[in-house]
Write a protein that binds this ligand. Structure first.
Ligand code: FAD
Length: 385
């Protein structure tokens, strides 16, 4: 395991300053409702503006519309966007993982078709992994794709598909060979690119959050035809590809900045008033822990740039970071005397109410705490994860 201390270079600090200037001009505080990290709003126009700056698909090759930048450059951009609560949801998944997967495993035809649009901020992707009976044990997925003339016929159900109603396509992990009894469930899986809104037989239904918000979807497939050209990589090798995809999901600033805009708002609202001792103590503790986790996460980005695949390190960062986020929410709630409400006059209290409702999901999405610990411990023992 490697967590080498590292700092931003002068060029990276210059990029950080550009992003800060952009945000100050585009989204002055008070002019918009800050989001909670990557759960922020979906705004195609904002994604387009970021893409025009070269900040979407940054590390993808220029040949396919990308910018040949580093993982640390992307870290710098997303750290600023998330702490600002900017509306990044539309391009989020495509930028963080789908573009990388298509670039790594996709055909040239798929790269030509999808990557330039992703880099232009014009194509939003969702994640089609979980199913009603397969979450942590993802290799047990049963949604099946069976061979047909020129393609595959898909039947089954995906669940918890974030923002599928706002995005355009998703990559689905499907079973392309039936699982024999006693067989290896990691074999016979494949990844498919599927248009969410223009595919006969595909139905999308909302699963409302506790507060009624529409974030999750259930996607059902009834005899859906998917052509061969939409299979990513080699049929049957989907498990390995999917594991690579999940590695892009963990360890980045999205795992420790969901509560940041809430804490910043607490500070804004306290400006000019005497803060109580408990608040000052809490802010000191949060700042120290944030800085520590941030440096571990930055170190993961440097590892990626030096050619490593830091799945153990990124699992540990996600485990620590999302646990920290939950603890932060609990401690903030203890500070507030009044009953929390989404309708509160204080923006801080509105944001904190939102954190209470959605915070528990932070430790579940992208792999639960138990699963991340298991990935790290198996990895440290040299066992397959
Ligand atoms: C906000 C949010 C967004 C999401 N977005 C998406 C999305 O866009 N696309 C998508 O495909 N999925 C998405 N998910 C689903 C998410 O990936 C799953 O919820 C997660 O993988 C857990 O699966 P599960 O809910 O089936 O729980 P289960 O796997 O049933 O787990 C239940 C509990 O048992 C524990 N457990 C399970 N197996 C083990 C084990 N082997 N050892 C120890 N403990 C274990 C878990 O840690 C958990 O505490 C999202 C979830 C959330 C909360």
């Amino acid at each position: 395991m490697r967590f080498t201390p590292t700092e931003l270079t002068d060029d990276e600090l210059a990029l950080q300053s550009d992003v800060r200037d952009f945000l100050a001009a585009e989204l002055p505080p008070g002019s918009y409702m800050p989001g909670l990290g990557m759960s922020a709003a979906s705004d195609r126009a904002f994604s387009k503006k970021m893409a025009d700056r070269g900040w979407v698909g940054m590390s993808l090759p220029k040949e396919w519309g990308g910018h040949d930048r580093t993982a640390v450059d992307r870290f710098v951009v997303v750290e600023e966007m998330l702490r600002w609560g900017a509306p990044v949801a539309y391009h989020w998944v495509a930028d963080r993982q789908t573009g990388n997967i298509i670039n790594k495993f996709g055909s040239d035809e798929q790269k030509t078709r999808f990557l330039p649009k992703i880099c232009a901020g014009e194509l939003g992707f969702s994640i089609g992994m979980s199913e009603p009976d397969s979450g942590s044990d993802l290799a047990s997925v049963t949604t099946r794709a069976e061979r047909d003339q020129g393609g595959w016929i898909v039947n089954g159900t995906k669940i918890w598909t974030s923002n599928a109603h706002q995005n355009d396509w998703f990559i689905c992990l499907l079973r392309t060979q039936p699982l024999e009894s006693g067989g290896n469930k990691r074999e016979g899986l494949s990844q498919f690119l599927i248009d969410i809104h223009d595919t006969p037989g595909l139905e999308l239904g909302p699963i409302p959050f506790l507060n009624g918000e529409h974030h999750f979807n259930e996607v059902s497939f009834t005899d859906v035809f998917v052509p061969d050209e939409n299979v990513v990589g080699v049929p049957g090798m989907g498990w390995n590809q999917n594991t690579t995809e999940m590695a892009y999901e963990r360890g980045g600033p999205d795992r420790w900045l969901s509560v940041f805009s809430t804490v910043e708002q607490l500070l804004r609202e306290a400006e000019g008033t005497a803060m109580g001792e408990r608040t000052i103590e809490l802010l000191g503790e949060l700042a120290a822990r944030w800085w520590g986790i941030r440096n571990l996460s930055l170190s993961v980005a440097r590892l990626i740039d030096s050619g490593h695949a830091p799945s153990i390190e990124s699992s540990l960062v996600k485990e620590m970071a999302t646990r920290f986020e939950l603890e932060t929410i609990e401690k903030l709630v203890e500070l507030v005397d009044t009953e929390l409400s989404l309708e509160s006059e204080s923006l801080f209290e509105q944001l904190l109410s939102q954190c209470v409702l959605t915070g528990p999901g932070n430790t579940i999405r992208g792999g639960t705490i138990e699963i991340l610990r298991s990935v790290a411990s198996k990895g440290l023992q040299g066992l397959p994860v």
